[in-house]
Design a binder for this molecule. Structure first.
Ligand SMILES: Nc1ncnc2c1ncn2[C@@H]1O[C@H](COP(=O)(O)OP(=O)(O)OP(=O)(O)O)[C@@H](O)[C@H]1O
Length: 260
């Protein structure tokens, strides 16, 4: 069977530095997969390649849906977002002065404009009126326990709450694949535990595929069905959490380096 996302022999060079070096991996529908590795391993670069923010030096990235197969290396970030790939960033990127609600609506509005054809054809999974957008935004805010912050400017939110809002914004575009770049960064253990449950819930509720970069091993081990370990731009190993955790190469390269 075809994989939903197939990455084959992808290379990304920055001058003399090979940040991503012959990486092959795949994602299937409704999977929750983690990408881990030491600082500088190439994880964010790989996310940037998958979402079209930077071009590959070589290699292939294919998305196969029920409708068609798409070569993502030839698509712009907007086209890739339209195909249902959405992401959050390591450094939070919210509209700081806009309220929480307006941040979510803005994410939906982008989709509204970009999917004009879908709007006209009244295809499912889409907000047809502003009222529908507001209802959907409220539901998302509720799910993420952000309702009380709806009228608060984003930059007035506690850091962990801003991270939750970033995920809401990414979800507001109805992704089929959600890339989360260090969603628990800066969170305390309680917030991290809540976020772990929330990500699992969202993945099941929305029936989406999630690929997450995370340094917090409790989150990764509790959540991921499979883990890819990246080291110096290359996949060191891949497998279920129990297998990866006890792999001596991983312990040496990553887990052995102590708390991040
Ligand atoms: N735009 C760029 N120009 C030059 N070098 C870059 C660029 N982006 C990333 N790199 C380099 O590529 C390598 C991989 O970086 P990347 O940020 O992908 O690692 P990472 O695994 O996400 O690290 P971290 O866990 O610290 O976020 C690093 O050596 C980094 O300095």
């Amino acid at each position: 069977m075809e994989h939903l996302l197939q990455v084959e022999h992808v290379v990304r060079k920055f001058g003399g530095l090979t940040a991503v070096n012959d990486v092959s991996l795949h994602l299937d529908q409704h999977e929750l997969v983690a990408l881990i590795g030491p600082n500088g391993a190439g994880k964010t670069t790989l996310f940037n390649l998958l979402t079209g923010m930077i071009p590959v030096t070589s290699g292939k990235i294919d998305l196969t849906t029920e409708q068609s197969r798409y070569d993502l290396t030839r698509k712009s970030p907007v086209q890739i977002a339209e195909l249902g790939l959405s992401r959050t960033f390591q450094n939070i990127r919210l509209f700081k002065s806009l309220t929480v609600m307006d941040n979510v609506l803005a994410a939906m509005t982008n989709q509204y404009k970009e999917n004009f054809v879908t709007t006209i054809m009244r295809l499912p999974g889409f907000y047809r009126t502003e009222e529908e957008m507001r209802v959907a935004a409220k539901q998302l805010l509720d799910l993420f326990d952000l309702t009380n912050y709806a009228t608060t400017p984003a930059d007035k939110l506690p850091y962990g709450t801003q991270r939750r809002l970033e995920i809401v914004r990414a979800l507001a575009t109805h992704p089929q694949i959600l890339f989360l770049d260090e969603p628990a960064a800066g969170m305390n253990p309680e917030e991290t535990a809540d976020l772990t449950n929330l990500i699992k819930h969202v993945q099941e509720e929305f029936q989406i595929t999630v690929l997450l970069i995370e340094h917090d091993m409790s989150l990764v081990m509790n959540l991921a069905e499979r883990i890819y370990v990246l080291d110096q731009g290359q996949i060191l190993t891949a497998g279920p959490p129990e297998e990866v955790k006890s792999n001596p190469k991983v312990i040496e390269a990553y887990l052995g380096e102590g708390e991040d």
